[in-house]
Design a protein around this ligand. Structure first.
Ligand code: ZN
Ligand code: FE
Ligand code: FE
Ligand code: ZN
Length: 277
C-alpha cells in the first residue's frame, strides 16, 4: 500500500546506541514509501548518564543538528522534532529544562521502567516475567501508564500494552487494565499511538490490542500510527494492519503535531493507493 496521507512520528536514531540509519537515511526511506510526514522521537537524554540505550545530554545538539539537516535536504517533507520520554517519578525539573532546549513538535510519554527499576521491554528481565505472575507486572505497569498520561507532560503516549511484548499476558478480560488508562486519556485530552513494533516482537501483535482501540474509539480518544523504527527498513512497517484495525474500530481520522499543536487529518482507507511498496 502507499503510505500517502500517513505519518510516522516514532523514529529513532543511532544516538540511542541500539538503532541504525541516520535521520537523512530515514527521510530517504520515508520519501520512497510516500509518507506524508516524518517525525523523530529518540529516547530522551537524562541530566546524568542513566542507562546504555539513550543519547547522552551532551549529544542533544547533534540530535537537533541531524534533524535540521533533514529539513534542509528534504524541503518538501514535513519533518517534526520529538522525543520518546521515559516517564519516571521525580523527573519534572529536568523535563522543564529539556522543554526549553528546542522547538519540540511533540513528546511521546512511554513507560519502560516500573517503580523498582524493572524494564518492561528489556530481555534482561525475561526471568522476572517467567517467575512473576503477569497480573502483578501488568498491574504495576498500567498504574504507571495512567500516571504518565495524567502527568500532562506528553502529547501522546507510546506502545500502550508494552508488557505483552514477550507473550506474558494475564488471564481474563484485559479491559480491566485498559479502562483506567482510557479514562485518563479522556480526562486529559491526550492521544495514543498504535505502534507496529509489536508485530516484530514475540507477541506478533500491534500495540495496543484491538480491545483497547475499540474502547478508546468509543470514548473519542485521538490516535496516530507509528512504527517505532530503529532501522530504515522498519519505517512504515505494518501500517496496512494498523490502518485496518483503526478503521474496523470506527476511526476515520488520525492526528499530527506541529509545535505541540494537534491537528486531525483523514485516515486513509485500508489497502488504498498503489500496491507493492
Ligand atoms: Zn529504542
Ligand atoms: Fe519505547
Ligand atoms: Fe521507541
Ligand atoms: Zn518506543
Amino acid at each position: 500500500m502507499s503510505l500517502a496521507g500517513l505519518s510516522d512520528y516514532h523514529v529513532h536514531t543511532p544516538l540511542c546506541r541500539h538503532a541504525q540509519g541516520w535521520p537523512v537515511e530515514m527521510a530517504e526511506r520515508a520519501v520512497a514509501l510516500g509518507l506524508t510526514e516524518l517525525g523523530f522521537a529518540d529516547h530522551n537524554p537524562m541530566p546524568e548518564p542513566f542507562d546504555d540505550w539513550r543519547m547522552l545530554r551532551e549529544e542533544l545538539p547533534r540530535y537537533l543538528e541531524e534533524v535540521e539537516l533533514v529539513r534542509c535536504r528534504f524541503p518538501k517533507l514535513p519533518v517534526r522534532l520529538g522525543l520518546e520520554m521515559d516517564y519516571l517519578d521525580g523527573a519534572e525539573a529536568w523535563w522543564e529544562e529539556l522543554r526549553g532546549l528546542a522547538e519540540w513538535d511533540f513528546w511521546i510519554g512511554s513507560v519502560h521502567y516500573l517503580p523498582g527499576g524493572m524494564e518492561v521491554d528489556n530481555p534482561k528481565y525475561l526471568s522476572r516475567y517467567r517467575e512473576a505472575d503477569p497480573e502483578e507486572i501488568w498491574s504495576l505497569y498500567w498504574k504507571q501508564y495512567e500516571a504518565c498520561i495524567r502527568s500532562g507532560w506528553f502529547d501522546f503516549v507510546g506502545h500502550p500494552d508494552l508488557p505483552k511484548k514477550f507473550g506474558f499476558v494475564p488471564a481474563g478480560d484485559l479491559r480491566r487494565f485498559y479502562e483506567p488508562a482510557i479514562q485518563a486519556l479522556v480526562d486529559t485530552g491526550i492521544a495514543y499511538e498504535v505502534n507496529t513494533a509489536g508485530l516484530r516482537k514475540d507477541c506478533r501483535a500491534l500495540y495496543p490490542a484491538r480491545g483497547f482501540v475499540e474502547l478508546a474509539r468509543e470514548a473519542g480518544v485521538p490516535v496516530l500510527i507509528n512504527s517505532d523504527a530503529h532501522d530504515p527498513a522498519e519505517l512504515g512497517a505494518g501500517y496496512a494492519e494498523a490502518v485496518a484495525m483503526l478503521r474496523e474500530a470506527g476511526y476515520r481520522e488520525v492526528v499530527r503535531f506541529e509545535r505541540r499543536r494537534r491537528q486531525s487529518v483523514p485516515l486513509p482507507e485500508s489497502g488504498s493507493g498503489t500496491a507493492g511498496v
